[in-house]
Design a binder for this molecule. Sequence first.
Ligand code: UFG
Length: 337
Amino acid sequence: MRVLVAGGAGYIGSHTVVRLLQHGDDVVIADNFSNSSPLVVDRLRRITGRPVKVEEIDLTDTADTKALMRNAKPDAVIHFAGLKAVGESVTNPGSYYSVNLRSTLSLLAAMQEAGVYCLVFSSSATVYGMNPPVPTPEDSPTSATNPYGWTKVMGEQILTDIAASHPQWRIGLLRYFNPGGAHPCGAIGEDPLGVPNNVLPYISQVAIGRRDYLSVFGDDYDTPDGTGVRDFIHVDDLAEGHVAALHRLTTMPRSLDVWNLGTGRGTSVLELRAAFEAASGRPIPYRVTARRPGDVARSLALVTKAERELGWRAQRGLLEMCQDAWRWQSQNPDGYR
Ligand code: UFG
């Protein structure tokens, strides 16, 4: 299969490209490198020994996106491209709505024009809002607590309506829980710009000495140690989930379906910190600070639907995730810079 990977130079995108290439699929990456490095592409070629085409493109430009789709002639598209920092979305909501929704609409228009009807969309557990049942099944109501989350809810709604409008569409919505880790070779990984928003890259930067200590956002939640509990999933498991979803689309009876990608297992912030200390052999000092507004106490995936319908389940554990994250961080102390 020939796959256009929008946002394929980013963290989850690049790991998915490795899995697609190893699976024998051909890949064209479309990226504007706004939050990723062109250096990723050579590393992908090195890891897989396979060619990867790259197009530098702004997907909010519909004419350019249509031209790309005509030239690339993919069988399917995986859409990772978008802005993803929750805090930034609150201070700059206009650019979040603009980039995330316009890129999705552009891709859809280009796909329709080229007769490409297979799409896997990066969504997020953030669409379950503040009070979902835990573990959370896919049929829980959706809502959001910040503009980034709303772009995912709205993106899902647009795709649901598009899929209903034309029976040829095959669209898979993948709701990620908390991705972490890196490819075990240490050549690709997460490389946040500025101060990391997410706990795992933050811990990793404390371990390497770029940050002094971890701020633990609240230890008075209704959880065993009082800190937030999340469903951390190894990025390579997530990548394999995309390959499974893509191939499910070709036999799927409905025009749209949705799957959680998580492990179903919970880890607290303090447990994560301890696992990272064990994996890295470095101390991770921490201080407990106030809760971060909008955080839930626990977030866990119900994973039975993905297991049943995609034949996929997460294979890698917490320690492996921390070891792989540490290998990437210690071999690339400044990321791709
Ligand atoms: N946390 C800290 N210190 C930090 C950062 C986070 O204690 O410096 C805590 C948070 O309070 C939370 C846990 O670590 O309890 C996880 O926080 P993250 O920011 O790493 O992840 P979130 O669960 O808040 O959000 C992530 C993604 C979102 C996505 C969501 C889906 O960042 O894009 O998962 O559930 F929408």
